[in-house]
Design a protein around this ligand. Sequence first.
Ligand code: AMP
Length: 133
Amino acid sequence: MASIFTRIVNGEIPSYKVAENENYYAFLDINPLAKGHTLVIPKMEEDYIFNLPADVYAGLWEFANKVAKAIDKAVPCKRVGVAVLGMEVPHAHIHLVPLNSESDLQFSNQKLSLTKEEFEQIASNIAQEFLSL
Ligand code: AMP
C-alpha cells in the first residue's frame, strides 16, 4: 500500500506544496513547530532515509538545500534547522524548520495551529522564493 506521502505526491491527499521536481517534493508539515516548517521527500518510496540509493539520497539533500534557502528568504528566522526522525511516517523525509532559538527544534514542543489561509500564504511565499533561486 502506498505511503501517505506517496498519496500526497499523487494528489490523492491534499498538501500545501512548496516545491517539486521530477524526483522530489516539498510541502508544509501539517503540525508545524514553526511557521514554514517544511518536509522534503523523495518521490521514491523508501522508509529509512539511509537506505535510499546513493544518488537519490544525494539529490534529496541538494533539493532540500534549495528549499531551505527559499524558506530563509520567505520566513523571518535566524536560520533554518534540519531534522530527520521518521518515527511516524515510513517514507523518508527531511524536516526543515525556521529557527529563532535552539528550543524551536524540539519535537516535544506544542505544535502551531494555523488556518488554511495561513498555510496557503506561507506555502505560496516559499514557493515563489524557490522559483526565483
Ligand atoms: P516523523 O515521521 O517522526 O518525522 O513525523 C512525520 C511528520 O509528518 C510529522 O511532523 C507530521 O506532522 C507530518 N505529517 C503527517 N501527515 C502529514 C500530512 N498529511 N501532511 C503534512 N504533514 C504530515
